[in-house]
Design a binder for this molecule. Structure first.
Ligand code: CA
Ligand code: CA
Ligand code: CA
Ligand code: CA
Ligand code: CA
Ligand code: CA
Length: 354
């Protein structure tokens, strides 16, 4: 009797431990790893060593070519670049680690593009409004209860039209903050928190499906419900030990083709590549690397971002941006920067539809 009970208890634990749903990737070892070269690169950041980290892309509402790339310098602040990589503005506001953006936030009776960023100097989520010339205005600073703010990703709910910022700590704790205007400033309400397990940074929300993807650096990419009242159950998209993957898992982003279609892209930092997944099925489609060309390639990438918006002849299907650990210029090593790649090249070689 006692023996049977023991066996029963053991099996129960085993099923629980293996009970987290996991995407099964078919023919994963047959998937391509293709190489592309960068079409542009940003000016180097002001700080030496490992300093550039994460980026987001702002789409200019009137003149697409005046859109900008906003990049973090985790030693001293935020920089704003043209889509050709020229530095337009530089803000020394603290150790800004991750950054993200959403459009249509109601602020002083106007719909604005809102940016949030983790500031490790004062452990806050800093909030910015983007002006038409691409400059940033600070409109809020939300004090986090995390030991140290680290990763960040924004979510705009299609169910409620509310705006949220998810942040992650090096201990794998996640906070979800709802953003609201209050007396000409943006304040935050902590609406949910949970534990991923260990060090987590890369976060991207899929607003269309109400999901959020979180990279647990040494373990896996996870998908959670993004609604504040959503369940805490999660799906393992891919593990760092799977084929073509190598820890750390860093930046994660979404290529939005519209109508709920598109791709989730993940920086597999340990093998200098970017893994692409179907947004709906979460099936692995292949990986790409940015190799040396006229512009040096990327290695050890932290943050990534991508846009599907058409930039006319320049980038008809948008572009991809990746942080580069070692920014070479001939024989010289400059401060770190971000590389820009025409999305068509990635899609063509991976044989995914634009
Ligand atoms: Ca780094
Ligand atoms: Ca990291
Ligand atoms: Ca690691
Ligand atoms: Ca490089
Ligand atoms: Ca990072
Ligand atoms: Ca370079």
């Amino acid at each position: 009797m006692t023996k049977k009970l023991f066996v029963f208890v053991f099996i129960d634990v085993f099923i629980y431990a293996c009970g987290i749903p996991k995407i099964v990737h078919t023919d994963i070892e047959l998937k391509p790893v293709i190489e592309v070269t960068a079409d542009a690169e940003t000016n180097p950041v002001n700080s030496a060593d490992d300093a550039a980290d994460d980026i987001c892309i702002w789409i200019h509402p009137e003149n697409i070519l005046q859109s900008t790339i906003i990049g973090t310098n985790k030693k001293e602040g935020l920089d704003v670049y043209t889509i050709d990589g020229e530095k337009l503005f530089s803000y020394k506001i603290g150790r800004i680690n991750n950054v993200d953006i959403r459009n249509g936030f109601l602020f002083e009776n106007e719909e604005i593009s809102i940016i949030t960023a983790t500031n490790r100097t004062n452990n806050t989520i800093m909030v910015f409004k983007v002006h038409l010339n691409g400059s940033l205005e600070e409109i809020g600073a939300i004090a986090s209860t995390l030991t140290e703010v680290y990763g960040l990703g924004m979510y705009k709910s299609h169910l409620t039209n509310k705006f949220y910022t998810f942040i992650a700590s090096k201990r794998g704790r996640i906070e979800q903050w709802e953003l609201q205007e209050k007396n000409g400033r943006v304040s935050g309400t902590l609406v949910r928190y949970f534990q991923v397990g260990s060090k987590s940074e890369g976060i991207v929300a899929d607003d269309f499906y109400g999901k959020v993807y979180i990279g647990e650096e040494d373990k896996a990419l996870w998908q959670y419900n993004a609604e504040p009242n959503g369940s805490f159950s999660r799906v393992q998209i891919i593990s760092t030990s799977d084929f073509n993957m190598k820890d750390d898992f860093e930046g994660v982003t979404l290529y939005d083709k519209g109508d709920g279609q598109g791709y989730i892209i993940l920086s597999s930092q340990g093998n200098n590549s970017y893994a692409v997944f179907d947004r709906i099925s979460n099936q692995y489609l292949g990986s790409f690397k940015i190799s040396d060309g006229n512009i040096d390639g990327t290695t050890d990438t932290d943050g990534i971002d991508v846009t599907s918006v058409s930039f006319g002849d320049k980038y008809p299907n948008g572009f991809f941006v990746a942080q580069d650990y070692e920014n070479l210029q001939g024989k010289d090593t400059l401060n770190q920067n971000f590389k820009i790649v025409d999305w068509r090249k990635i899609a063509d070689k991976l044989q995914v539809n634009n």
